[in-house]
Write a protein that binds this ligand. Structure first.
Ligand code: HEM
Length: 285
């Protein structure tokens, strides 16, 4: 989300005075930088996640000790189920490629400097995100995953949205509708980030409550986790829509408020990423 993305919309309202124009410029700059700041924090948090996934899951694979996966994923490795284990391995290792690829895809200077890379990286990102979501559906409904029905329905909704956003992002790119392509590509990025939002959201919640609240840590079920399974993608997508509307709005107050919201979300994202790194990721490396 930055000033060059699909959510950029021209405004036509005239500025009545030089003072109002200067205030408008300041607020526009603040809004653009608040979004860049959020994006920078999110990318750092996602790279930490990818680093953990590569070292933990990839390390176990390299040592031929897949049973290690079960330390964090109860049905990660199942003896004798070669196809299922391969699917899980594909799902987690593809996550590393997707995470790095997604960060590169949204960097505006890189997109301008290397459009061919943007196209090929985009194709790979879309293909892997869709394939990984389908494997995820298999893991949830056939192989068995932690959590209850509401959580399984929630994450399945995430898979459906990833496929939908991927199809529409590609469709608009091929038709040359770049603004719509960018809009759906941003939605795709946030939907693909749902798994990461879940983890940083859960850790921020646990730290804020000084322990598990609203769910049973043994069964890993409860109202908060059911809520989070939907919120992990619906909330970020809602914020993106609010951002787009604020940016297109003539109201300086609306854009200023959105800039403040983005700063707050940047701080929350940093806190959630730090908590997830300390509690979930680094202890396994
Ligand atoms: C395309 C974006 C996705 C990425 C990048 C991704 C990445 C990951 C990663 C890295 C893990 C290991 C988590 C950890 O060690 O903390 C994981 C686990 C898992 N993912 Fe995904 N995932 C994605 C989408 C999905 C979707 C859409 C579904 C379901 C429809 C899904 C289902 C699962 C399941 C069931 C687990 C195992 C959780 C457990 O039972 O412990 N994933 N995913």
């Amino acid at each position: 989300m930055n000033s060059h993305t699909a959510v950029s919309m021209p405004r036509t309202a005239p500025t009545s005075t030089a003072g109002a124009g200067a205030r408008r410029d300041t607020v526009d700059t603040a809004l653009a930088w608040s979004a860049r700041l959020w994006f920078g924090v999110a990318i750092l948090g996602q790279l930490l996640f990818a680093w953990y996934v590569a070292l933990f899951y990839g390390g176990a694979l390299a040592h031929g000790d897949l049973a290690q996966w079960n330390k964090v994923m109860p049905r990660g490795y199942v003896a004798g189920d070669t196809a299922g284990n391969a699917a899980v391995g594909m799902h987690v290792l593809v996550a590393v490629v997707i995470t790095v690829g997604g960060a590169l895809q949204l960097l505006t200077p890189l997109r301008r400097l290397a459009p061919v890379f943007h196209r090929w990286n985009g194709r790979m990102y879309v293909l892997l995100a869709v394939a990984s979501s389908l494997v995820g559906l298999y893991m949830v409904w056939f192989r068995g995953a932690v959590g209850g029905l509401a959580q399984h329905v929630g994450i399945s909704g995430n898979a459906v949205l990833i496929v939908l956003c991927a199809v529409l992002a590609v469709h608009h790119a091929r038709a040359g509708r770049i603004m719509l392509h960018r809009r759906w590509a941003l939605r795709l990025f946030l939907a693909v980030s749902g798994v990461w939002f879940f983890r940083i959201g859960l850790m921020a919640w646990i730290v804020a409550n000084r322990g598990p609240a609203g769910f049973d840590p043994v069964t890993f079920q409860g109202p908060f986790l059911s809520f989070l399974s939907f919120a992990q993608y619906l909330l970020p997508l809602a914020v993106l829509e609010l951002y787009a509307r604020a940016q297109a709005s003539d109201s300086v107050a609306a854009r200023g408020t959105m800039a403040v919201v983005m700063l707050g979300l940047g701080a929350a994202t940093a806190a959630g990423s730090a908590a997830a790194a300390m509690i979930l990721w680094l202890p396994h490396l």
